[in-house]
Design a binder for this molecule. Structure first.
Ligand code: ATP
Ligand code: MG
Length: 325
């Protein structure tokens, strides 16, 4: 049995540091491991589960592909595609929704977060998000999923659905596991919650300039620079220091904070520079890709073709085993 890997990012905006550290870094690691066959998609259908603008979606589904390629996803090694190009995901999601209970879906923390964010937009599509995600993964019989820790409850649902289907219909779906990275939870710049594309002021994009990064880091809420407990924005700031400048540096700042005190101006400037240093080569690559739209079109077209062929095999099997064929 081939080890397949599936991951995706919603087309709600350009990629940010959370997407990069929590998902893309893991995607890159598995792409470069010859033991795995990797499929990476833009989750454009997932985008419609929360309010969106049509033209924004059209633009963003391509932006995510550009960010993927700029960050190092390689069409020679991975199947890179847009979810909406493979209808079979939607079909399987509907079959899966026949074993997913409303009660279970309503209790997921991701669902509750989105309900809070969009109280006037609590739809069946939002409730069904985890069934669609299970279909994204299981249609390729993928066993490993490089995603951030916020997605763990969705993976649990995917495992439950796989078990139920295997029991009821004799399918052989694997129970997919999360592939975790060091940056599995990147905090928001606002001081509460996680960095998210759809939360304004929470993120740093992979395409931000050094000045933009400096400006955003400057806004992380801090305090007088001294104290006994490290919480809120200060904790997040130190978290970023660890992610981009190493654990030793973080430990040193924490000791200083509890002792003579720290100077946030210096810490924030150094951090912004460290972040930019990591992003500069990605930005360089992105410029080249922007100048070569034919190449990007070809990646999208070939990715859809390859993914569709794999997805059809599973759909045929499932239809037959469910008595629909
Ligand atoms: P949205 O606000 O539209 O939901 P998002 O920023 O949460 O956008 P998603 O497209 O939902 O991004 O998630 C894409 C991938 O990035 C997933 O694997 C998710 O776990 C990961 N991810 C998102 N935010 C973070 C974060 N703050 N830290 C680590 N990983 C993250
Ligand atoms: Mg999200």
């Amino acid at each position: 049995m081939i080890n397949r890997v599936l991951s995706g990012i919603r087309a709600t905006g350009r990629l940010h540091l959370g997407n990069y550290l929590g998902a893309v870094k893991g995607m890159l690691e598995l792409q470069d491991n010859p033991d795995y066959e990797t499929l990476y998609m833009v989750a454009d259908v997932h985008t419609i589960t929360t309010p969106y603008q049509v033209e924004e979606l059209r633009k963003n589904r391509r932006e995510v592909i550009l960010d993927y390629l700029a960050a190092g996803l390689d069409p020679e090694k991975s199947i890179i595609f847009q979810q909406s190009e493979v209808n079979e995901h939607l079909e399987l999601a509907f079959y899966f929704s026949s074993v997913a209970t409303v009660a279970k879906m309503q209790h997921l923390p991701t669902y509750k977060d989105k309900v809070k964010q969009h109280p006037d937009h609590v739809t069946l599509a939002l409730l069904n998000y985890p069934a669609l995600m299970a279909a994204d993964i299981l249609i390729y019989k993928a066993s490993l999923v490089p995603v951030g820790i916020d997605q763990e409850p969705h993976l649990e649902v995917a495992r439950e659905i796989a078990r139920r289907f295997n029991q009821d219909y004799g399918t052989d779906f694997p129970e997919p596991k999360r592939f975790a990275t060091k940056g599995e939870y990147v905090p928001s710049l606002t001081g509460t919650g996680k960095m998210s594309k759809s939360v304004e002021g929470s993120y740093i994009n992979l395409t931000d300039s050094l000045d933009e990064i400096k400006g955003k880091i400057a806004k992380i809420p801090t305090d007088g620079g001294q104290g006994t407990d490290i919480v809120g924005g200060v904790k997040n700031l130190f978290e970023f220091v660890e992610l981009f400048e190493g654990k030793e540096k973080r430990d040193a700042y924490e000791t200083q904070y509890k002792g003579e005190g720290v100077r946030y101006g210096d810490i924030k400037r150094e951090l912004a520079e460290a972040i930019f240093e990591e992003l500069a080569p990605i930005q360089e690559k992105r410029k080249q890709l922007e100048a070569n739209p034919e190449f990007v079109n070809k990646v999208i077209e070939e990715g859809a073709f390859k993914a569709r062929n794999l997805a059809r095999e599973t759909i045929d099997e499932v239809r037959f085993k469910m008595g629909l064929k």
